[in-house]
Design a protein around this ligand. Structure first.
Ligand SMILES: [Zn+2]
Length: 472
């Protein structure tokens, strides 16, 4: 794909459009002549009046100190920002550079959206509601869609609308895994348009593109760049409750741009915003395939930690796992900690080597996690023991979920609903088994179940589910 898609050629300085970056970052991604460029850029002090202009940190606890050259015999210090240190150190005396983005940059291709699928009536309704909300640039719009509703497809027409008018779009998520899944899907849907993926530690040099997929963190390098900012999984860690990332998202949007949130599990804060009419809302209670969300079965397994630690084969946990393993399809066993996940796998290896051959274990510190997930998809494994890293953004065909230790306090309402949402997402396998295996019922478990039941109830009431009896 080349820059020939634009009506006028992209100038070299386009790498600076709508960005707030250092000289080193500019020169790394372009062969531009600094002496020519620098006169066009706005120069901003990186740390000004004890505030970081990249991440807006102004809490003194989040500044480090380094000694400054002595002046008039006094030893003084220079402050540097700890809050955004992982993106390169910003120290007092450093500069950030900004170049305003052109308001429109027209494409010369006729067929912008090359996706050949069709939206369900509900997906269509949601995408039309987003498009209608675009001129209301002061208020974000939220799509609250159950897991498996097909959120990604419904944003395609919205993105196409923005691109048609020469606008620029970013789809951001707090989770790298979600970004890695989104980028190829967007590239496939907009085959002629360059799509760029941004995340920490990435090698490819930055360039101007009409569509960008980015972690919310990387948006700290943008300012008034995008006509449309879509934040997927807006309730996910670390975005929820992180002021810096919220600031980055809002600043990356052009003044007349639009902010869209996508979520399957909005938190109280977001729902309050809706109540106060600071946020407009579209709810999709049903999946695109018109089957209800699988409802969890609570199964008591007593002290499951002890069962794992002692390798007790007569325990309820072991019997449940054996039984669950016999279901046809992909089985996901979620376990609350890396340590317990590994211990559980070693126990199965020891106690049931035949089962262990067909399963593997993944967690956030596993360098092989991408390969293992791929192997599970290809059918090399039947089952996977996982921590919550796989709670979002992954889809397996004919998938069943067993949450071991569902009462663990790490399992929030959102985490439980997301893990549950891995079951029955495909047309040909719209149902599946879902078990919350626990040593005691928590409020989060009850809330997750009632949220799932409530969405199914709303979907039935609106005629969005074909089968009115439960699918299991
Ligand atoms: Zn900072």
């Amino acid at each position: 794909m080349s820059e020939l898609i634009y009506r006028i050629p992209l100038p070299l300085e386009s790498v600076c459009w709508g960005r707030l970056i250092t000289k080193r970052e500019i020169l790394r991604c372009s062969e531009i002549e600094w002496d020519v460029l620098k006169h066009k850029l706005t120069r901003i002090e990186a740390i000004q009046d004890k505030r970081c202009n990249r991440c807006s940190n102004h809490q003194m606890d989040f500044f480090g100190k380094i000694p400054k050259q002595p002046a008039f015999g006094f030893h003084t210090v220079r402050y540097y920002c700890l809050n955004c240190l992982n993106m390169g150190r910003m120290t007092e005396g450093d500069w950030l550079y900004y170049l305003e983005s052109p308001s429109q940059f027209l494409l010369k291709i006729n067929e912008i959206l090359t996706w050949e699928g069709t939206l369900s009536p509900e997906q269509y309704r949601a995408s039309q509601e987003i498009i209608k909300s675009l001129p209301d640039f002061n208020r974000p719009h939220m799509i609250y869609a159950v897991t498996g509703a097909g959120k990604t497809e419904m944003i395609f027409p919205v993105i196409a609308t923005i691109l048609k008018f020469g606008g620029r779009v970013v789809v951001a998520s707090p989770r790298i895994d979600v970004c890695l899944e989104l980028a190829p899907r967007l590239q496939e849907a907009f085959r002629q348009i360059p799509v760029q993926l941004l995340y920490g530690g990435q090698e490819e040099p930055y360039r101007y593109t009409p569509i960008t997929v980015s972690t919310t963190h990387q948006l700290l390098r943008f300012k008034e760049a995008f006509d449309l900012v879509i934040v997927d999984e807006v309730d996910a860690f670390p975005y929820a409750g992180d002021d810096t990332l919220h600031y980055a998202v809002v600043r990356s949007k052009k003044p007349h741009g639009k902010l869209i949130y996508l979520t399957a599990t909005p938190d109280d804060h977001l729902m309050k915003q809706v109540e106060h009419e600071n946020l407009t809302l579209t709810t999709l209670p049903a999946r695109y395939h018109r089957h209800p969300l699988p409802e969890p079965i609570f199964e008591w397994i007593g002290d499951w930690r002890e069962a794992i630690n002692k390798g007790n084969r007569t325990s309820r946990l072991f019997k449940l796992m054996e039984r669950f393993f016999n279901i046809q399809g992909v089985k996901l066993f979620f376990v609350p900690s890396i340590n317990m996940a590994e211990k559980l796998f070693r126990w199965i290896e020891h106690a049931a080597p035949d089962l262990a051959k067909q399963m593997t274990v993944v967690h956030s510190k596993d360098p092989q996690r991408k390969e293992k997930v791929q192997a599970l998809r290809q059918g090399d494994y039947q089952a996977l023991i996982s921590t919550t890293i796989l709670e979002r953004g992954v889809t397996f065909t004919n998938c069943h979920v067993c949450i071991i230790g569902a009462e663990d306090r790490l399992y929030t309402l959102a985490a439980l609903v997301q893990m549950s949402g891995r079951v029955g997402r495909k047309w040909d396998y719209p149902t599946g088994q879902l078990i919350y295996a626990h040593g005691g019922i928590t409020r989060a478990m009850l809330s997750a179940r009632s949220q799932i039941l409530e969405m199914n109830r709303q979907a039935k009431e609106r005629g969005l589910i074909d089968d009115t009896t439960s699918d299991r």
